[in-house]
Design a binder for this molecule. Structure first.
Ligand code: HEM
Length: 449
């Protein structure tokens, strides 16, 4: 395990975090660069499903023995339909929170998944009852992906009642940039008790119960968790979303809105809240600073308190909306934090190309947190799709469903207002999953119902 200390192991959680039981991928930072894959599996028979888990468990690593040099690693999560298929007793299923029980498609209204983002337009089997297990596999490079395919292939051998129903290759390039060209996954919360250093030295570690079930959270309580305790404890929720990115449309919009390349870059940075290198506008308001962007000790070391009007970083910029830090907004930022595990999928669009080539490319967004409703759903509904919390009716300019949207950029002497914003991101589907602790996976694998 990297950079761990023991000093804060119990400080915020009330009890020591069981790092030897939590799946490594939940808390440990990802290698960089890396290649990966998502496998979606359908369980047609409960005993085959349990056998699958028995085969997968030895391949999983807990946080405590995570080895960043290990060439490949796996994570496993189950949908509510998957838990039903495994034969989890009804009394236990009923203890999962309503959002998880219903699944992402049924929560479309809460998530603003309407129009082209509506579940009826999703890629199947996303949003159906056929996605039961999601296996996420990571390798440090594409060459190693073969061993991953073998690993998971072995797990499925002679198990005809477990059907692979969905697959997606993902990757994070060496420069860490997502498809619009901006370095991503810079800002992550620090979780008390893990010893993993946070990326923002101005943010006190969040209590473990925000991210792992069975521990005290920021409300000062241990929130109810799925029962029995063996099942819930050390688990967490994962929200996957396959977000298609309209890269050519994004570039064309910038070109049409700016007089030259320099202005295009500025407008794009104002929409994101960071420059392509990752340098935050809060620290580099006028131009990109690749040295700052590439320095993990500085590129997330900032607050917004000295920029109340958003002259450096607009209040409506994607990154500022998603984590307003110390800005004076309506609401408590610490109750809506999340761990993100986003990866690119599809080929990148060559630099300078302004016409769509028809390829499916985007971000496989993955939220990790203990509270689907007050973390993921709240942020998606209130902060992505509504601007009331910062006193405007503008949505997220980068990732919201925008039809003729607008985005205000405070500037001196007069503000700039971008109009007729289209949607640059389309949701192709997703699901809510539960990533159990290792003990819980063994419990599931050995159910005798
Ligand atoms: C295709 C869609 C998306 C793209 C291209 C994208 C891109 C980015 C980029 C470039 C950053 C700045 C780098 C960083 O701080 O890590 C960022 C930050 C962030 N994004 Fe997104 N994002 C997308 C969707 C989402 C969604 C759907 C959510 C939540 C529902 C989200 C939540 C966040 C959060 C929490 C941060 C960190 C803000 C901070 O702590 O400063 N993103 N995103």
């Amino acid at each position: 395990m990297t950079s761990t200390t023991t000093s804060d192991t119990t400080a915020h959680s009330g009890s020591a975090l069981e790092l030897d039981d939590i799946q490594a991928g939940v808390l440990m930072p990802r290698p960089n660069p890396y290649a990966g894959a998502y496998w979606g599996l359908r369980i047609d028979d409960r005993s085959a499903g349990r056998e699958l888990l028995r085969r997968l468990i030895p391949l999983l690593e807990p946080v405590s023995s995570y080895n960043p040099d290990r060439p490949v690693s796996l994570g496993v999560a189950l949908s509510y339909a998957g838990l039903e298929q495994l034969g989890v007793p009804q009394a236990s299923l009923a203890t999962f929170p309503p959002a998880f029980q219903q699944g992402m498609a049924a929560r479309a209204a809460q998530l603003g998944d309407v129009g082209e983002n509506a579940p009826e337009n999703w890629e199947r089997p996303l949003g159906s009852k056929d996605l039961h297990v999601v296996v996420v596999a990571l390798a440090r490079d594409t060459a190693l992906m073969e061993s991953l395919v073998t690993l998971t292939g072995d797990a499925l051998r002679e198990l005809p009642a477990v059907a692979p129903v969905w697959y997606l290759d993902v990757h994070v390039p060496a420069d860490g940039r997502e498809q619009f060209g901006f370095k991503d996954s810079i800002s992550q919360p620090s979780v008390a008790g893990t010893g993993i250093l946070g990326s923002n030295p101005h943010e006190a570690p969040l209590k473990a119960g925000e991210f792992i079930l069975g521990y005290q959270d920021e409300t000062g309580k241990v929130s109810p968790m799925p029962q029995p305790d063996t099942l819930g404890r050390n688990g967490t929720y994962v929200a996957f979303r396959k977000l298609h990115q309209r890269v050519a449309a994004f570039r064309r919009y910038l070109q049409q809105s700016a007089v030259d390349r320099t202005e295009q870059e500025l407008l794009a940075a104002k929409m994101v809240g960071r420059w392509p290198s990752g340098a935050p506008l809060a620290l580099a308001p006028d131009k990109d600073d690749p040295e700052l962007g590439g320095d993990p000790s500085r590129n997330n070391a900032f607050l917004y308190g000295d920029d109340p009007r958003g002259l450096k970083c607009p209040l409506g910029a994607h990154a500022r909306r998603m984590n307003a830090r110390d800005s004076n907004i309506n609401g408590l930022v610490r109750l809506h934090r999340m761990i993100r595990r986003g990866t690119n999928y599809g080929p990148s669009l060559a630099p300078g190309v302004l016409e769509d080539d028809g390829a499916d490319r985007g971000l496989m967004f993955a939220f990790v947190g203990a509270h689907l409703d007050r973390q993921f759903e709240f942020v998606q509904h209130e902060w992505v799709s509504d601007g009331t919390f910062i006193g405007t009716d503008e949505k997220d300019p980068l990732v919201a469903m925008n039809e003729q949207g607008q985005f205000t950029i405070p500037m001196r002497p007069i503000r700039r207002r971008l109009k007729a914003l289209p949607s640059f991101v389309v949701n192709r589907g997703g699901e809510y999953c539960f990533a159990p602790g290792l003990r819980a996976l063994r419990w599931l694998a050995n159910l005798d119902t």
